[in-house]
Write a protein that binds this ligand. Structure first.
Ligand code: C5P
Length: 227
């Protein structure tokens, strides 16, 4: 039985929206681990901790309580304070990817994520879920698309949120975040060796969801031809 699904991928690959929908259809819990790093990035800015001070960030993570809903609602609280749209701001995307380079921050997040996953029936989404957090996951998906396609999606999201940003700027930010996420020393973004790669460049959300549900069926029956 497939009970734990790990989904990783770069910025705006579609992993969040696709992962949430897969979880909804299966009646599984859903956890977007990016929100935990965003919450931590927000807390660092809020507490005026310099984003290049790894020592101070390591201390801050110990003092901070981040709680994330497991129902797909994306509800997050930091030390009891509910956060929402502010976590999607481009400045917080940047601070999240900076705090995420600090090993002590990652260790704290990973420990919390493993406790949440232990009960099973979950789709967990992030950058290092298949490679580090849940190496024994029943199904690992690496979801991706070209950087231009992803930057265009991100740009549309920013527009929809009523924020103004030049497309070229979004493209540069996406490239910078990809670079930082995939070259950091601790848990760089990459596909696990046993992950199935899904390129969503030419796929809409429904097609991506269907592809994953089919992979689940194959795992249950022992392969495309059955047992
Ligand atoms: O997925 P999202 O864009 O919300 O993640 C924000 C940042 O958090 C990423 O750019 C990445 O640096 C970091 N992150 C991570 N590991 C995860 C999830 C997110 O390092 N499992």
């Amino acid at each position: 039985m497939v009970s734990v699904i790990a989904m990783d991928g770069p910025v705006a690959s579609g992993k969040t929206v696709v992962g949430r929908e897969v979880a909804r259809r299966l009646g599984f819990r859903y956890l977007d681990t990016g929100l935990m790093y965003r919450a931590m990035g927000w807390q660092a800015v809020n507490k005026r901790v310099p984003l290049d001070d790894a020592f101070a960030l390591a201390r801050l993570v110990v003092e901070t309580e981040i709680l994330l809903a497991e129902d797909g609602s994306g509800r997050v609280t930091v030390d009891g304070q509910p956060l929402g749209a502010e976590l999607e701001h481009p400045d917080i995307s940047r601070s999240a990817s900076l705090v995420a380079t600090v090993p002590e921050v990652r260790q704290a997040m990973v420990a919390q994520q493993r406790v949440i996953a232990a009960e099973g029936r979950i789709v967990m989404v992030g950058r290092d879920i298949g490679t580090v957090v849940l190496t024994d996951a029943d199904l690992k998906i690496y979801i991706t698309a070209s950087v231009r396609v992803r930057a265009r999606r991100r740009w549309r999201e920013i527009q929809a949120a009523g924020q103004e940003m030049d497309f070229e700027q979004v493209l540069r930010d996406t490239e910078a975040r990809d670079h930082r996420d995939s070259t950091r020393a601790d848990s760089p973004l990459r596909a696990a060796v046993d992950a199935v790669t899904l390129d969503t460049g030419e796929m809409d959300i429904e097609a991506s969801v269907q592809a994953i549900l089919e992979l689940m069926d194959e795992r249950k029956t022992g392969g495309p031809e059955g047992p």
